[in-house]
Design a protein around this ligand. Structure first.
Ligand code: GRF
Length: 207
């Protein structure tokens, strides 16, 4: 089977990136991570990528002060590398509409809640889990979805839940959720690589 070419976009620690690298190295997914792009120069995920000899690019305010130039550079790099799938793994920046259109149903994101709950603008990092505690829900989880114009609103590919205990702190929930994220993201990429995802309207049919 031919390998799909992936670009992973990050802003931080990159534990999801690591899970993906590990799955690919184990031979579970017919894919190659062509490059890792970060909008933060000090993102630890960049070190993880370099440790595995994956090309890295930093696209931030310093390298490209003009947002439009930064956005068109991103598109240019991905097209030059002939990227099949863009994976947002903790990427904290807005993608321009032109980009989303160009890579329609070829950008996936991992979100640390059971969407549509605790998603949308402002729901990122520990904030998500703090809101989970505040609302008192008994289950939360992770979602992998395609990216469309609506923040966290694209077709859902996979979801998995974890229980919330009364004593759980936001950090404890984050830890539990990350554990399942590390299984869900590689699985979603595998399904994509094997052509097992069909988008029907705003829903996904797994083949
Ligand atoms: C994860 O919780 C992911 O769901 C969210 O950002 C976090 C990234 O974590 N989008 P890491 O950088 O992969 O460790």
């Amino acid at each position: 089977m031919s390998k799909i070419k992936i670009a992973v976009l990050i802003s931080g620690g990159g534990s999801n990136l690591q899970a993906l690298i590990d799955s690919i190295e184990k031979g579970d997914i017919a894919a190659e991570i062509k490059l890792v792009i970060s909008n933060k120069v000090d993102a630890y995920g960049l070190t993880r990528a370099s440790n595995h000899h994956i090309k890295t690019v930093v696209l931030d305010r310093h390298t490209y002060p003009n947002l439009e130039e930064r956005d068109s550079k991103l598109l240019e790099i991905l097209q030059k590398e002939e990227i099949d799938l863009v994976v947002l793994a903790g990427y904290l920046a807005i993608l321009p509409s032109s980009f989303i259109e160009t890579f329609s149903n070829r950008i996936i994101n991992i979100h640390p809640s059971l969407l549509p709950s605790f998603g949308g603008k402002g729901y990122y990092g520990l904030r998500v889990h703090e809101e989970v505690i505040k609302r008192g829900v008994k289950v939360t989880g992770a979602t992998v979805h395609f990216v469309n114009e609506e923040t966290d609103g694209g077709p859902i590919i996979l979801q998995e839940s974890v229980g919330v205990e009364f004593e759980d702190t936001a950090e404890a929930i984050q830890k539990k959720v990350l554990k399942i994220e590390h299984q869900l993201l590689p699985l979603a990429v595998k399904l994509f690589a094997e052509g097992k995802i069909e988008v029907v309207g705003n829903r996904v049919k797994l083949l």
